[in-house]
Design a protein. Structure first.
Length: 177
């Protein structure tokens, strides 16, 4: 009886593993699609789009025909514990590229005293937002691209070498039929 249960457990575990690897993770995708999904996830992780990063990753992966699932964990790099140092470094890079100075104490004190009037207040705050958002987005795009390229290369080489070592071919045996 115990032997029978062990055999049934192994069969069930194999079916679950195959379902997860093939149907959920699409591990039978070509190495390019898997690596592109990871690179898209890395790029989106460095954009200041917290809250919609996973949806953006899936949408861009769909648009570029990459794997939609493998990029999502890369988005989790930007979380409440890491986004301040990540985005501050992106902001500093953006300021350096634009030749601007980072915000200082005078910027914060000027923010506390907006001009009177509705339209003047909106214009004032909009210009202050631009002083932060422009270098932040520029730095985020630059750093995201600079990290997405090596991510693509490393994941592509890893998947390729794993598959060649494991099966002697780039596509899994079940996907070649």
């Amino acid at each position: 009886m115990l032997r029978y249960l062990r055999v049934r457990y192994r069969q069930h575990a194999r079916r679950v593993r195959r379902f997860v690897l093939v149907n959920l993770l699409h591990a039978n995708d070509p190495p390019h699609r898997l690596a592109m999904g990871c690179a898209i996830g890395m790029f989106i992780a460095f954009t200041p789009t917290i809250g919609v990063q996973m949806m953006l990753t899936v949408f861009l992966a769909w648009l570029l025909r990459a794997n939609k699932v493998v990029g999502v964990p890369f988005v989790w790099i930007s979380n409440p514990a890491t986004f301040v140092p990540m985005y501050y470094s992106c902001y500093v890079v953006g300021c350096w590229m634009l030749g601007w100075h980072a915000i200082d104490r005078a910027w914060w004190t000027g923010l506390a005293h907006p001009p009177a009037g509705w339209l003047a207040g909106i214009t004032f705050y909009w210009s202050r937002l631009g002083q932060v958002a422009t270098p932040l987005w520029l730095g985020c795009v630059v750093i995201g691209v600079l990290l997405a390229y090596p991510t693509y290369y490393v994941v592509y080489q890893f998947v390729r070498s794993y598959r060649l070592r494991r099966w002697g071919q780039l596509m899994p045996p079940s996907a070649n039929k």
